[in-house]
Design a protein around this ligand. Structure first.
Ligand code: ADP
Ligand code: MG
Length: 420
C-alpha cells in the first residue's frame, strides 16, 4: 500500500502559509487603515498557493501529477468572484504547460479546471451571503466534485492506472483540507470584523461620555441664567431693557435646543417611549428641511404609506432628529440639484423608511465608516450627524441599511418593529 498522505500534507502546508499571510495583511490593513487591498489580496494569495502546490506535486505516473491546487483554486474563486476564476484558470493551465508540456495530464487539467472554474464562478455569486455551515458544505462539495470528475475523466479517457487506495487518500485529504481552509478563512474574517467593531465601539464610547458630561455641564448654567433673566424680565422695566432681555432669553432657548438636538446621542436608550406616527414625523422633517432643499435646487418627493399602520414605538423627537441628519446629508450630496425620494412602508412586522438621493454616493469603505464619530468627507462637516442618527435609531430597536454607488445614488433604508 502506497502512502501519499505525507506528500499531500506538505502540499497542505502551502495552502496554510498564505492564510497566515492573509491574517497578517488584514491586521496591517487595519492598523494602518489601508483601504485598497482586499480585492487583489485574495487573487495574489491564491495564485501564490496554487503555484507552490504545483511546484511540489506528487507524481502518479504517465505525466499525471497530483497536488492540492484545487483547494486554493476553489476557495480563491468562491471568495474572489468570476474575474478571479478566469485569472486562476489561465494561470493553472499556463503553469502546467511550462512544467510538464503537453501530455495526458495537461488535457485532464484543461478539462477539469475549466469545468471547475465555470461552476465555481456561478456559485460564487451566492457564496458570500451563506451561513458558515452552508459555506463549508459548498466549498467542500465543490472540491470533492472536481476530484470525482477528475477521477472519471482519468479512468474513462486516459491510460493511467491509479489504485483505489491512492484515490481514497486523495479524496480524504482534499475534503478535509477544504473544510479546514474554509473554517480558517471564516475565522480570520470574523476576527477582523470584530476588531473593526471594537474600535468603533471604543471611539463611540469616549465621545458619548464626553458629550454626556459636556451637555450636562452646559445645560445647568444655561438653566440658571435663564431663571435669573426671566426674573428680571418679569419686573417692571423700560421697554428697551425688556427687549434686550427678551432677545437674551430667546438665544438661551436656542442654545439649549442645539444641545438637545445634537447631543441626545449621549443616551442611546430612548427616555420617552410613545407611539410614533412615522408619516407625521417624516412630514415634520420635510417641513424643516424644504427651505434648504429649495436653496440647493433639490426636489423632494414624499410617498407616505397609505395603510395607516406605519407606527412604531420610540421617541418622536429622536426619530425626527435622526431623519433630519440623514435627509440633510442627502440634500447636501446633490450639489447640482436633483431628486430626493422618501417612502414610508408598513409591512408587518416592520415599518420601513427609505430615503434615496441622486447625489455623489459613497464607496464601500466610506459606507463601512458611516456612524464612526468625526468621519466626514466635507470641508466643514462635523462627522457627527450619522453617529447621532445611527445610535438613536439603534436605541429605538431600528436597523439601518445603506446602499450606494459612487457618483450615482445613495439609499438609506431604516426598519423598525411595527406597533399596532
Ligand atoms: P457631515 O455631514 O458633517 O460630514 P455626517 O456624519 O452627517 O457628517 O456624514 C458623514 C459622511 O458620510 C459625509 O461627510 C459624507 O461623506 C457621507 N455621507 C452621508 N450621507 C451621504 C449621502 N446621502 N450621500 C453621499 N455621502 C454621504
Ligand atoms: Mg451631515
Amino acid at each position: 500500500m502506497e502512502i501519499i498522505t505525507k506528500d499531500l500534507l506538505i502540499n497542505f502546508l502551502f495552502i496554510l502559509l498564505p492564510l497566515l499571510l492573509l491574517q497578517m495583511f488584514y491586521l496591517l490593513k487595519f492598523v494602518y487603515r489601508i483601504e485598497k487591498m482586499k480585492e487583489n489580496l485574495f487573487t495574489v494569495l491564491s495564485l501564490f498557493s496554487i503555484f507552490l502546490c504545483m511546484l511540489f506535486p506528487f507524481p502518479v505516473g504517465d505525466g499525471l501529477i497530483w497536488d492540492l491546487r484545487r483547494i486554493p483554486f476553489v476557495i480563491g474563486v468562491l471568495y474572489g468572484g468570476p474575474k478571479n476564476g478566469f485569472l486562476l484558470l489561465i494561470f493553472v493551465i499556463v503553469t502546467r504547460y511550462f512544467m510538464l508540456g503537453v501530455n495526458d495530464g495537461f488535457y485532464i487539467t484543461i478539462i477539469t479546471f475549466t469545468l471547475l472554474a465555470v461552476t465555481v464562478s456561478f456559485v460564487s455569486r451566492y457564496y458570500l451571503k451563506m451561513t458558515l455551515e452552508q459555506k463549508v458544505l459548498t466549498s467542500s462539495s465543490l472540491v470533492l466534485l472536481s476530484t470525482i470528475i477528475t477521477f472519471i475523466v482519468v479512468s474513462l479517457f486516459f491510460n493511467v492506472i491509479v489504485s483505489v487506495n491512492m484515490w481514497l487518500q486523495f479524496f480524504f485529504i482534499t475534503f478535509l483540507g477544504t473544510v479546514i481552509v474554509t473554517l480558517l478563512i471564516e475565522v480570520i474574517r470574523i476576527n477582523s470584523d470584530l476588531l473593526e467593531k471594537l474600535m468603533k465601539a471604543e471611539k463611540l464610547e469616549v465621545v458619548s461620555h464626553l458629550a454626556a458630561s459636556i451637555s450636562h455641564e452646559v445645560r445647568n448654567p444655561l438653566t440658571t441664567c435663564k431663571g435669573f433673566l426671566q426674573l428680571s424680565y418679569d419686573e417692571e422695566r423700560s421697554p428697551e431693557i425688556k427687549q434686550y432681555l427678551g432677545t437674551a432669553l430667546q438665544e438661551l432657548d436656542r442654545a439649549s435646543d442645539i444641545i438637545n438636538d445634537y447631543l441626545t446621542f449621549a443616551k442611546p436608550v430612548p427616555d420617552k417611549v410613545e407611539k410614533v406616527f412615522v408619516n407625521e414625523a417624516v412630514q415634520n422633517v420635510l417641513n424643516i428641511l424644504t427651505p434648504l432643499a429649495n436653496m440647493q435646487d433639490v426636489q423632494i418627493f414624499y410617498h407616505p404609506d397609505q395603510s395607516g399602520h406605519a407606527n412604531i414605538s420610540g421617541d418622536r423627537k429622536k426619530l425626527e432628529q435622526s431623519l433630519i441628519n440623514i435627509v440633510k446629508n442627502g440634500i447636501e450630496s446633490m450639489q447640482k440639484g436633483g431628486k430626493l425620494e422618501i417612502y414610508t412602508v408598513a409591512e408587518y412586522p416592520k415599518v420601513r423608511i427609505a430615503i434615496s438621493d441622486e447625489g455623489k454616493g459613497m464607496t464601500q469603505q466610506q459606507i463601512n465608516r458611516l456612524g464612526e464619530p468625526y468621519f466626514t468627507m466635507k470641508d466643514n462637516g462635523t462627522g457627527l450627524g450619522m453617529m447621532v442618527s445611527f445610535s438613536l435609531i439603534k436605541g429605538m430597536g431600528g436597523e439601518i441599511h445603506v446602499e450606494s454607488e459612487l457618483g450615482n445614488f445613495t439609499i438609506f433604508t431604516i426598519e423598525f418593529p411595527m406597533v399596532t
